[in-house]
Structure formats: C-alpha cells, structure tokens
Ligand binder design. Structure first.
Ligand code: ASP
Length: 355
C-alpha cells in the first residue's frame, strides 16, 4: 500500500514536474540573494495586518507573502499598527521623515514599501509624494481582505509592491500605490469601491501594471512630486488645520464659520466647478476676512476648478483659489503643506497648478 502510494506520487511528479508551490517557496541561494535589490518595509497597520482582530507584526506579514524573497532582500520595521484613519498628522510627518532617512542613509536600499489601511491610503500616499524628496520609489500598499479571509489579496499585493519598489523602472516617479496588480500615481488614485478587490482607480488611468514577467509602465504623471517636490517634511513640526466642507443644496454657511472660528487656516470647499449653495458664499467671505485661504475643489470626480477671475469660474468669492482637478481630500493635503510654509495665495495657486 505504502509502495503503491510512493509510486503514485513519483508518477504525479513526473507528469506535473515539481509542484509549483515547492519551487516558489524555495529560498534563493545565498550568492543570488546578495545580488537582489534591498527593499525596506515600513508597516503602519490596516486590514492587511489584521488577522481576526489581532494585528500581525511586519515579520509575520512578510512570511505570508509567497516567495517574496525571490524579488528583494527585505528588512521590515513597525511604524504603527492601527487602521489608516487612526494615524495622526503628527505621525504622517514622522513617517515622511523616517522614510526620507531610510532612503537617504542606506545607499543599498532600492525603495520603501509602506503597508497601510485602505480607507485613507490615498491621502497618506499623496502626503508622502509631496514630502519625500527622493528618486527612489515609495510604494504604498494595503488589502481589501484580512489575512484569514478565503482570498487574502494582501499576500499578492505585498509581493507586487516589493517588485515595484525594487524595479529600476520605478525611479523618479515619487510615491506609487500598488493594489490588485496595478500601479497608480499617488496624486490621481482614489478608492472607488468600499468592498471589491479592484477598489482603486486613477483619474486618467493607472501608470502601469505588475505582470508575471516584469513591472511595466505605460505613462508618467505630468505633475510635480517625489524628486521634484519643494516641500520638506524635515523642516515641519506641525501641519495647520484645514477643513473640507461640501457644497450641497441649501448647505448652511455656519459650518464654514465654525471651522474658521475653531482655528482652520484653510478651507477646501467641495463644489462642482466652483459654485456654492445656501449661505456658504457669505460664510466664505467671512473666512477670507479672517485670513483663511479658501480653495474650491471639484466633487464631480473629474475636470478642473479654475481660480476666480479666470474665464470659466462661476459664482465665487473673489480670491478663492481653484484646486485644478485634485480631489477635495488631496487639495486639503496640498493646502496644509502650502500653509505650513506661510505662502501667499498667489503662490498657493501656483502650487495647485504644478502638483
Ligand atoms: N479599516 C481599514 C483601514 O483603513 C480598512 C483597510 O485596511 O482596508 O485601516
């Protein structure tokens, strides 16, 4: 019986070749491993590390990603272990500084992978794109399913993120988001589905894809960020309060007034193309009289909001700025960084054109 089973297994091996799982999980020989690029993983938490309510350590997470060590030598460190929405703005600043230090100090490090929850992942990614000035890539990754789900997309996403961080083609592109085998630019990516595995999309399309043979890019962003950013997290100790308020039918202006009275230095108003509703116009005049900078961003999902005074801008308080085609939540991040440098509105409008 035992001999029969043995013969059967031998036959199976001859027919199918080595089981692919066996080949894939084999560690590369020591010399080959030394030749691999080095990637640093910085873990912040999120669903990707959330097994049955117990969050995984970075080392445990790496062990769940099949054959990840065939693509890079990975050092992993824990920055935080929380859901994305629980990260504070102070932690964002610390994270940007930490990543800049890793990329600057370790000449061998090809890039950094940051694991994150997906809820606010696009915000963290854009913040890092604006504050980590390096040619080396920063790749933000998460998962839509936890490690103990029937299908854990985090394992494949993590391997893909490491491949992107290790790829020479990723140089000079700033911060990227890798989910579901796709590569997105931090500026244009948005979570567009609360549940599905293909939850992330970019306005204007993805930058590239992580295919079986190679990491392949189709296009490059025209906007500044990454190596071309003018912002420097190392010079910042805090970010000013900027609030996002939504325009909808009959929207009351007292919410805008409350934001300013509670210390908001900037207001992003999410409109269609700049027009407000209810008593918001009057409240925006109040905000500007208190020296708050007001930026209008589109809530439509596409298209630009142009500055007041320019052709095409409707119903706006003179002096409000236009966020171009940035989403309201990303406009808030750029405005926080702009105001942290105490720049004047004309210069802030320039930033909205360039970033
Ligand atoms: N609640 C989680 C978070 O953003 C969701 C996720 O990770 O996908 O941390």
């Amino acid at each position: 019986m035992i001999r029969a089973t043995g013969r059967f297994l031998l036959l199976l091996l001859l027919i199918t070749g080595l089981p692919s799982g066996l080949v894939l999980t084999a560690r590369p020989p020591a010399a080959a491993a030394q030749a691999l690029p080095k990637v640093r993983l910085v873990a912040t938490g999120g669903t990707i590390a959330n097994r049955s309510g117990v969050r995984l350590s970075p080392a445990e997470l790496v062990r769940l990603a099949p054959a990840i060590d065939r693509h890079a030598r990975i050092d992993a460190e824990a920055f935080a272990n929380v859901s994305s929405g629980q990260l504070t703005l102070e932690q964002w600043l610390q994270l940007a500084k930490r990543i800049s230090t890793i990329l600057g100090d370790d000449a061998e490090c090809a890039g950094v992978v940051v694991t994150s929850g997906t809820d606010t992942l696009e915000e963290l990614a854009y913040f890092l794109h604006l504050t980590v000035r390096s040619d080396k890539p920063v790749v933000v990754v998460g998962s839509m399913r936890p490690p103990d789900a029937v299908v854990f997309d985090g394992a494949a996403n993590l391997v893909a993120a490491v491949r992107v961080a290790a790829a020479a083609e990723s140089h000079g592109r700033g911060t990227l988001v890798v989910m579901n085998e796709e590569i997105h630019g931090a500026r244009d990516v948005t979570k567009t589905d609360a549940q599905r595995l293909d939850a992330f999309q970019s306005r204007g399309g993805r930058l590239g894809a992580v295919d079986a043979d190679r990491v392949s890019y189709a296009r490059r962003s025209e906007k500044r960020g990454g190596p071309q950013t003018e912002f420097d997290a190392s010079t910042l100790s805090a970010l000013p309060r900027v609030d996002v308020l939504l325009t909808y039918q009959g929207a009351p202006g007292d919410l805008i007034r409350a934001a300013v009275d509670n210390g908001a230095a900037g207001i992003v108003i999410a409109t269609a193309a700049g027009g407000t509703s209810g008593t918001q116009l009057e409240a925006l005049r109040y905000a500007m009289s208190k020296r708050a900078v007001v930026v209008s961003a589109t809530r439509t999902g596409a298209g630009r909001v142009v500055p007041t005074g320019e052709p095409g801008r409707v119903l706006a308080v003179p002096g409000t700025l236009g966020a171009e085609d940035l989403t309201p939540i990303k406009a808030r991040i750029l405005l926080m960084l702009a105001l942290a440098r105490q720049t004047d509105p004309r210069d802030i409008q320039r930033m909205f054109r360039e970033y």
